[in-house]
Design a protein around this ligand. Sequence first.
Ligand SMILES: NC(=O)c1ccc[n+]([C@@H]2O[C@H](COP(=O)([O-])OP(=O)(O)OC[C@H]3O[C@@H](n4cnc5c(N)ncnc54)[C@H](O)[C@@H]3O)[C@@H](O)[C@H]2O)c1
Length: 378
Amino acid sequence: MNILITGGAGFIGTNLARALVHGGDSVTLLDNFSPQIHGSNDQLPEDLRSAVRLVRGDVRDESIWTAAVRDQQVIVNLAAETGTGQSMYEVAKYEQVNLAGTSLLYDRLAKQPGHGVERIVVASSRAIYGEGAYTCPNHGLVFPQPRSSAEKKAGSFDPVCPVCAAACVSVPTPETAPCQPSSFYGLTKQVQEQMTLLFGQVLGIPSVALRYQNVYGPGQSLKNPYTGILAIFSNLARTGVDINIFEDGEESRDFVYIDDVVRATVASIHSADTTSFAANVGSNERTTVMHVAQSVNRYFGEKSKIHISGVFREGDIRHGVADLTRAKAKLNYDPSVRFQEGLKNFLAWAEESEPELDGYQRSLNELESRGLLHGRKI
Ligand SMILES: NC(=O)c1ccc[n+]([C@@H]2O[C@H](COP(=O)([O-])OP(=O)(O)OC[C@H]3O[C@@H](n4cnc5c(N)ncnc54)[C@H](O)[C@@H]3O)[C@@H](O)[C@H]2O)c1
């Protein structure tokens, strides 16, 4: 098939492109090599240079879509700004790239009947859920509201039951959970997903929104200081700089290995299912941020001190773990890489790459100067 991947020079895009080329598909990548992600390197990895067609351009540029969409049967829409914290002050940029960019895609398709696009896959995110699913001893399954700054400032980080304010316990979040994102990034992903499913229906293009959890693995950007805690912690641990953990370190994430994400995405591209739907793509494994910091620090010889800071970022959620029942049913998806195994692969790769430190401190300073980083040392 002819497949266009927007944001195709990024972490997920390059890994997906390799798998598709390997499977015999003809792949085009559209990317502007955003310096925040790529630094000064505006080239594709060597193995992809002759294997794919590259369209250099910005999804905010209407004219780029004409060239990119021509003759495509499938579009995988990955191009995005991806920093949760950064989205809270670079609001217009996130709106333009993540929403206006996707609007231009649908403008092009709507104005060009006979375009030949048969399927669209969009990268959605677990960020659309906000705090996600919990069980309350009194009210069963509940979906807490975003946590208030006042509670977090008082050192109380766990969401409470939205009905009775009792302490509740995080459980895997299903796709039926309400969308109540805690960050503007999450809101852009929610709207991008809904646009994809809406226009998929209107234009008769089966469309799939993949709600990726925290994707990690070799090849992820070590340069982007706004996202990816594995990259951030490994940059710090390698160079012996102290690691300050937000909140109390007990916050947790569902880290999903890149190979599993690629398999789910390929399955959604080649699926015979003509319905449109959203599905979680995760590991269903819960890992605390403290465990990540300790594992990364241990790998690099425990040169860094780990501090629990009690500081918190506006926009962050407390816990995230995906319910994968729908992904299994629709995409025959089962994650195959456990966190400890994937982490080893990631760290072995990161060790061989150039660390990047300046950006992370700058990103924290930006948050602090905008009043988006709060809290006390605990
Ligand atoms: N990595 C994760 O943990 C994760 C989790 C949930 C969702 N997602 C989503 O998956 C998608 C891909 O993520 P990734 O991890 O590969 O990110 P990435 O930052 O590695 O890749 C994004 C790519 O998009 C390109 N890009 C950015 N702005 C652009 C623009 N205006 N025009 C053209 N290209 C542009 C960048 O240059 C980059 O190559 C994103 O939509 C992201 O929101 C990722």
